[in-house]
Design a protein around this ligand. Structure first.
Ligand SMILES: C[S@@+](CC[C@H](N)C(=O)[O-])C[C@H]1O[C@@H](n2cnc3c(N)ncnc32)[C@H](O)[C@@H]1O
Length: 198
């Protein structure tokens, strides 16, 4: 919303499942956000696995290349569902040009690391219910091979700047003592890739 307010040329469509979009719309009416961002900010319901619905959202954009961005979706999807989503995005990017930035390159965590991060009983239930750990990639090489088989090439990886994360103080506060005092950077459990359809 801030990007759209600052750059009138930007067309941004935020999507999520219908019930989440309803909650977000409700929040937008309650938050003191000042003047509404331009009409190029849209909040629309979309099941990303519904190819026809995905295409009708994409058609709302002006002609030309697109950037498709997602964060926190692939670990809800089985390998077969991920492949379906890849097919949809691949066809769209081949047609329109542009790229896909996904922050969801999560790899399965070793058991000791899983134990280290504190998790409430509710969080544990949620992870189990959605098979989050099983839905992660076996390794970064396996993720690269998966996307290559779907016709994508990973052309760039984001370099995280942990110090600028606004949640870092809260995260540090809940980490066990030895993890908090460790000098080396945290183990890599996730990557953000820019993918191009080849
Ligand atoms: C971890 S959250 C990510 C939130 C998101 N990055 C944001 O800023 O709002 C995961 C989101 O994925 C959504 N989701 C799960 N399955 C989906 C699907 N098939 N299509 C679209 N969204 C889905 C959930 O509703 C949830 O809001």
């Amino acid at each position: 919303m801030a990007l759209c307010a600052n750059d009138p040329s930007l067309h941004y469509i935020d999507t999520d499942l219908p019930e989440v979009v309803a909650t977000k719309r409700d929040m937008l009416t309650q938050l003191p956000l000042g003047p509404a961002p331009n009409q190029h900010f849209e909040l629309l319901p979309l099941n990303a696995l519904d190819e026809a619905a995905f295409r009708s959202v994409v058609e709302k954009f002006e002609a030309g290349p697109l950037t498709i961005v997602n964060e926190g979706l692939l670990m809800y999807l089985t390998l077969e569902e991920k492949a379906r989503l890849c097919q949809t995005i691949h066809a769209i990017l081949k047609q329109r040009g542009g790229c896909w930035i996904t922050a969801d390159i999560y790899v399965k965590r070793p058991a000791d690391l899983r134990m280290e991060l504190p998790q409430s009983a509710g969080e544990r239930r949620f992870f189990e219910q959605h098979h989050i750990e099983e839905n992660k990639f076996d390794s970064y090489e396996a993720a690269r091979a998966f996307f290559a088989a779907q016709g994508f090439e990973a052309v760039a990886e984001a370099v995280p700047d942990y110090k600028s994360l606004t949640v870092l103080p809260q995260l540090l506060a809940v980490l066990p003592e030895e993890a908090r005092n460790r000098q080396e950077p945290p183990p890599k459990v996730q990557a953000t890739w820019m993918l191009r359809a080849v």
